[in-house]
Design a binder for this molecule. Structure first.
Ligand SMILES: [Zn+2]
Length: 255
């Protein structure tokens, strides 16, 4: 199976309406092809109905150069330049237009991830649009959460989607990687949605599913009282326990 096939499988899975992760043309998926190129979903198409021509091959360089350019800005003529850079990044000039969120995918994949999946899940967004969004990064509620999402994830403040968010995301990912020695499995974007960050599309699906389950359970705990997070000692023990590693391996083998 090619990377494109794997990416379409991921797009179709997260696009299933009963999952409540995206509606209309919301969300996008991407995968790194090599150090210079990625495949990313085109703008305007629904994840559920994506076909091979909805995946656009783009080079990182034109996008990363734009993020680095201090004269590039958001709004008006700035937006036109972003659109121009996204079009210029396409390997095939006849390919569809990449989503503006391709900026974020370029940031995540060039930071070392193999694939990324961005959705606007109802449960996660209920929390991300509330004044209690910090609870999403306050700890773990159940062991399987730690197996799939790790012990720490990233909460990104709300900034204008596009150039500003791309730059902010890059800074946040670098700071997280410096502190933890690896990228987060999930980035929670306030008032927006989530980014699953994995080695491949199959891992991105598992991360998206677990992040959604965690958000739903967290919402449930808030309906009956306050969340009771696992103590730090339990977190460390589970993260380092042999049988959990075995389960991690089984999860990887099952993809
Ligand atoms: Zn979005």
């Amino acid at each position: 199976m090619t990377v494109g096939d794997e990416l379409l499988q991921l797009a179709h899975a997260v696009g299933e309406p009963q999952r409540e992760l995206v509606i209309l043309a919301e969300g996008n998926v991407s995968a790194r092809l090599d150090d210079e190129r990625m495949l990313v979903k085109a703008t305007g198409s629904s994840l559920a109905a994506s076909g091979p021509d909805d995946l656009v091959e783009c080079r990182f360089a034109p996008i990363l150069e734009l993020l680095d350019d201090p004269t590039a800005f958001e709004g008006g003529a700035g937006d036109a330049r972003v659109a121009e850079a996204l079009l210029a990044s396409r390997v095939d000039p006849g390919a569809k237009r990449p989503s503006v969120e391709a900026l974020l995918h370029a940031v995540v994949l060039s930071a070392g991830a193999g694939a990324a999946c961005h959705t606007h899940p109802i449960a996660a967004n209920a929390l991300l649009c509330s004044d209690r969004a910090e609870l999403l990064v306050a700890g773990a509620l159940f062991p399987d959460q730690i197996v799939v999402l790790g012990t720490e994830s990233l909460l990104v403040p709300y900034v204008d989607p596009g150039l500003t968010l791309g730059r902010r995301m890059r800074d946040e990912l670098r700071a997280f990687a410096d502190r933890r020695g690896a990228l987060p499995k999930v980035a929670w974007l306030r008032n927006h949605g989530i980014f699953a960050i994995g080695a491949n599309p199959a891992e991105c699906l598992r991360i998206t599913e677990m992040a959604d389950k965690f958000a739903r359970i967290l919402l449930g705990t808030l309906a009956v009282g306050e969340p009771s997070f696992l103590p730090d000692a339990v977190l460390d023990r589970i993260d380092g326990r042999d049988d959990e590693h075995v389960r991690r391996a089984i999860l990887d083998a099952a993809r």
